[in-house]
Write a new protein. Structure first.
Length: 475
């Protein structure tokens, strides 16, 4: 009887423990099924042969600075001192700023609607930077992507044979023109030779049958912004210019994919208001501030090609941009007319940017289940041509020089090319990459632009050699 009493007393406790264990297992299974964390720890060890225009701890490389001579040849001859290019200084650094954390949420469905989400962040900026552009405080943890998705599958099409799938993305995500990146290991991912931009957006991808996808997106600006005038007159990149325009950036594109081939074509339209307040002179000597409706609208088409088969892949992208600086392209715009009512008219700076990326490599060495090995060779080539402004710029002083040209970087660049061979060795989740990057820019004389924003005098080439070692552990 005593034994029976003890069993009856402990049975509820055992049952409660079993329920708790079952609930924990259920929660664990649910999290594993729907929540997929990911990320990596990445370090760069970087050498540059000269000073360069760059960001993110100088890891995001744009282009080498123009020459900065300390004296003229005549002054050097007179003083007997050596003439030096003050930007011809080499640097070295190693940083792990771009370590990343992300979370994918998938597998939720209500009736015919599938739900998903992504949030992704990494470390950015920090103390290890140059005096020329200091950053105070420790490295920041910045938002990269944060969006939700809604999807509808197996939608009938008009032909009665094929089916469509529609996906809606709402939030901060890759710009549709920047989604296809090259295969380099450098932080810039081939920019500024190709678009690089993540922005708040509402994007629709409609897969029509097996081979065709139609993409449309309305975008806003947050981290990557248009350039424009500031209160001091100097160019500045800010979200004000799209905010006062009250007009989202718009993208429309078409993709065709079959048998390892991918063809993507599209165009981006942007309309911004560079100024809200202007000045008019109703009578000589009397200046009055007035509201103006300045606006510039631009269109930037692009074409992307890709082919993959086995261990070989080749990608190529070309873009004709008008005021595409918000996509990290070498671009901008200028003033073509100044009207009596205080308003200004604008003309875009046009740029042709192209890149080619080739990857080849497969498994090497002894292949174990937990530690597969792979060696890849990568070759990147990029070219940029500054085509000048669409229309002649305003010359208020009649001196043959434009009065107002807004670009985020050096405006006396005519053309630029980059060649970058890379070796990438992968062992399981660990990667080791070695990359050599040569970037050469043709500059003209600064401050001597013609009325189409081109520097055609004193042409000279400036070259930077970058050697970069990367270590990366994915999880």
């Amino acid at each position: 009887m005593v034994l029976v009493a003890l069993l009856l007393a402990f049975t509820p406790a055992f049952a409660q423990d079993s329920v708790k264990v079952a609930k924990k297992a259920e929660v664990k299974s649910h999290l594993k099924q729907h929540f997929k964390p990911y990320g990596f720890i990445r370090n760069y060890f970087t050498y540059d042969s000269r000073e360069s225009i760059s960001g993110t701890g100088d890891l995001y490389n744009y282009q080498p600075y123009d020459e900065a001579w300390n004296m003229t040849p005549e002054e050097s001859a007179a003083t007997g001192l050596p003439r030096e290019d003050l930007n011809a200084r080499s640097t070295f650094r190693f940083l792990s700023l771009t370590t990343r954390l992300g979370l994918d949420i998938t597998g939720y469905q209500w009736r015919n609607t599938e739900f998903g989400a992504k949030i992704e962040a990494d470390f950015y900026a920090g103390l290890s930077t140059k005096v020329s552009h200091p950053v105070t405080g420790v490295a920041q943890f910045r938002l990269r992507q944060a969006y939700l998705t809604l999807g509808w599958d197996s939608l009938p099409m008009l032909n009665g044979k094929d089916y469509a799938r529609v996906d809606l993305t709402i939030g901060q995500a890759w710009h549709p023109m920047a989604a296809d990146l090259s295969d380099v290991i450098s932080l810039a991912s081939g920019a500024p030779f190709g678009p690089f931009n993540r922005s708040p957006q509402v994007k629709m991808d409609a897969r029509l049958g097996k081979y065709v996808t139609l993409t449309g997106s309305l975008l806003w600006q947050m981290q990557y912004c248009s350039v424009g005038p500031s209160t001091t007159g100097a160019p500045v990149q800010a979200a004000d210019f799209i905010m006062y325009s009250k007009t989202p950036e718009a993208y429309l594109g078409l993709s065709v994919h079959t048998n390892g081939f991918l063809l993507r074509a599209g165009a981006d339209v942007l309309s911004i208001k560079p100024r809200q307040i202007g000045r008019t002179v109703p009578v000589p000597g009397d200046t009055i501030s007035v509201s103006v409706k300045d606006r510039i609208t631009t269109a930037s088409p692009f074409l992307y090609l890709q082919y993959k088969k086995g261990d070989f892949s080749i990608k190529a992208k070309t873009i004709f941009s008008e005021a595409g600086e918000h996509m990290n392209l070498n671009s901008g715009y200028g003033v073509k007319a100044k009207n009596a009512d205080g308003s200004w008219e604008y003309t875009p700076l046009r740029t042709s940017s192209s890149w080619l990326s080739i990857v080849y490599g497969g498994k090497v060495g002894a292949q174990e289940d937990k530690h597969p090995q792979k060696l890849q060779g990568i070759l990147f080539a990029g070219y940029i041509e500054n085509l000048g402004t669409k229309e002649a710029l305003y010359d208020g002083n009649s001196d043959g020089l434009p009065d107002d040209l807004y670009t985020p970087r050096a405006n006396n660049m005519n053309r630029m090319w980059r060649l970058s061979p890379t070796l990438l060795y992968t062992v399981g989740k660990f990667q080791l990459g070695l990359e050599y990057e040569i970037t050469s820019v043709q500059y003209g004389q600064a401050g001597k632009l013609n009325l189409h924003g081109l520097a055609k005098t004193n042409l000279h080439w400036v070259t930077n050699h970058r050697v970069q070692l990367m270590t990366k552990y994915n999880f």
